[in-house]
Design a protein around this ligand. Structure first.
Ligand SMILES: [Zn+2]
Length: 270
């Protein structure tokens, strides 16, 4: 941090945190901010950086009091979803300059705050657990069948009951969500002792067996490419099962907890 000289000629001033109560937009706000102070004459001054920081601290304290998202809240929620400032701006239908200003401390209006919360919550509740696609048994079976044709062996009716083979589908869904913005099956995944698994396994696995894959929307060339890539990386059930257990997306969760699609950015094995 840059040090300031006392304007009364007493040399370098020391930087200290000073608690202040001030009125901001009609609210009494108490904050602790760094200020340069002369120990001889007591004069106070702030560098440009200190003033900018102080302003952000005041704005965030005001936001907390008014129950608005703070700069830090906005950044944390955005980064947790793996979004850039541009992505958030696009989803909220605002300019990227607004997102930048809010993250630097400018206070968003109440209506903008509601909009931001809506964008974040919608993503938490729906998009990130279902991969931005309605769940389809037929499509899940189609993805299984496509893996079978690349691997040249059975995954369904193999006696495995999906214990290990479902990991192929999980990787396909996560990877498709990452690259195409949409999963392949719409399945919801949970942390189970034997790895990432369909949320309501094993009832679901029986229903997939009975589904008619010819009723599913066909796979796009990009989806087929992703399936090829995963199948070629993991030739055996054991290798895909073991890899899934090394993923932080699975390791960092408790039993029964849902695994959001947004964790794709932390996949380490593909
Ligand atoms: Zn002085």
């Amino acid at each position: 941090m840059k040090h300031l000289e006392c304007p009364n000629g007493h040399g370098i001033m020391s930087v200290m945190d000073i608690e202040r109560t001030m009125s901001f937009r009609g609210e009494d706000i108490t904050v602790s901010v760094p200020v340069s102070k002369c120990s001889v004459c007591g004069i106070e001054a702030g560098t440009v950086e200190q003033v900018a920081h102080a302003q952000r601290v005041v704005h965030d304290a005001y936001r907390k009091k008014k129950e608005l998202l703070t700069s830090e809240d906005i950044q944390r929620k955005r980064k947790r979803l793996g979004w850039t400032q541009n992505t958030l701006a696009h989803k909220a239908k605002v300019g990227v300059a607004s997102v930048k200003r809010w993250e630097l401390g400018q206070i968003q209006s109440e209506s903008m705050d509601a909009l931001l919360r809506g964008v974040f919550n919608e993503t938490d509740d729906a998009e990130s657990f279902e991969g931005n696609r309605p769940f389809s048994l037929a499509r899940t079976k189609l993805v299984f069948r496509t893996f079978e044709s690349v691997l040249k062996r059975k995954l369904l009716f193999s006696g495995d009951k999906g214990l290990k083979t479902t990991k192929y589908i999980w990787y396909a869904d996560m990877k498709a969500y990452q690259e195409l913005g949409q999963g392949m099956t719409g399945a919801v995944y949970a942390h189970l002792p034997w790895g990432p698994q369909f949320d309501n396994y094993p009832q679901l696995f029986e229903m997939i067996h009975k589904a008619d894959e010819t009723l599913a929307p066909p796979l796009s060339p990009e989806e087929k490419r992703i399936i090829n890539q995963i199948a070629n990386k993991f030739r055996t059930n054991k290798s895909v099962f073991d890899a899934a257990h090394r993923e932080p997306a699975w390791k960092n969760r408790k039993d029964g907890e849902k695994i959001p699609y947004s964790t794709y950015e932390r996949l380490t094995q593909i």
